[in-house]
Write a protein that binds this ligand. Sequence first.
Ligand code: SF4
Length: 396
Amino acid sequence: MSQPVFKINRRQSRQIMVGHVPVGGNAPIAVQSMTNTETTDVESTVRQIKALEAVGADIVRVSVPSMEAAEAFGRIKQQVSVPLISDIHFDYKIALRVAELGADCLRINPGNIGREDRVRAVVGSARDRNIPIRIGVNAGSLEKELQKKYGEPTPQALVESAKRHIDILDRLDFQNFKVSLKASDVFMTVLAYRELATQIEQPLHLGITEAGGMRSGSVKSAIGLGMLLAEGIGDTIRVSLAADPAEEIKVGFDILKSLHIRSKGINFIACPSCSRQNFDVISTVNALEARLEDILVPMDVAIIGCVVNGPGEAREADVGLAGGSPNLLYVNGKPDHKVENEQLVAELERVVRAEVDKRLQENANSTSSVSLRVTDGGVTVSPQQDQAVAIQKLTG
Ligand code: SF4
């Protein structure tokens, strides 16, 4: 594929570790989601976390509203490998317990914990275990004084709220944190993050809160997160959708792919189709998206209905199909073979999987740096690393 025409200059943030996943600095922008099962239902929650991991989640957040949920969190933690953020409101005892039980990050606002000794206890526990804290400011739950001062949620109010929590951590000399400033309004969110990005060095967790359902929420998130990410702001993202959490991960990666920030899985390039199409573009793309969902290796696949744009796009992709008489399949920029309409989906799947296997094999055999297009940093895969590790490295 051709090189991106726009270079994003990423804000340099201090790197923190959420379990084994680095967030900030030059680390790949981590994509996260949150479970929506009852945390006390350990089996369902573990199943959902594993499903999120299967579609590429780097980090998963689990809400822990009670001590019973905290104990369940401990059992969940033992059964999954993806880092888990424990989401806690107010109750410092829950924070202390999940820290003991292996939480990889605590989402708790220091200003909401209450008495100084309690704040010290939580921060001390996080420090002893090297667990970061995520400060999460939300326009819907601003402190009463700030609501009074600003009259309504504003970007300045969000930043001031975050600074209050940050000041508490500063006083305790605790720098191992990240911050989110979420509103459901795109501009309010963008302006708040822009401002805070100039004031602190910690990583920023981006999100548009209560964004909406699958379609409207994806659009809103793509615009808001896209604006910030294009400016180099943001170290981890969560797309909030009133939908299956797995969709949040998929949309998150689609946003990163669109900006050439991070590649994971197939990036489909498809024409909208029209009466010139030589095959049914829409059903072909839908069928392939479903069939190739398990692929994590980054690859561009173009599906174009006719010769107007077909050959040009197909040549630029790793695997491309240009509709025509006959339909022509391109591999790595070169015309490879003809395909009949009836075989299109099966043949495209076969060729893509063969290409994925070839690349994984090449990388497993390689003693030098990865030759694939990995847009989030120089990555080296040694021959000793197995394919699972190779995939992880390739996808950042
Ligand atoms: S590439 Fe061809 S089929 Fe696709 S929208 Fe354009 S003209 Fe129509």
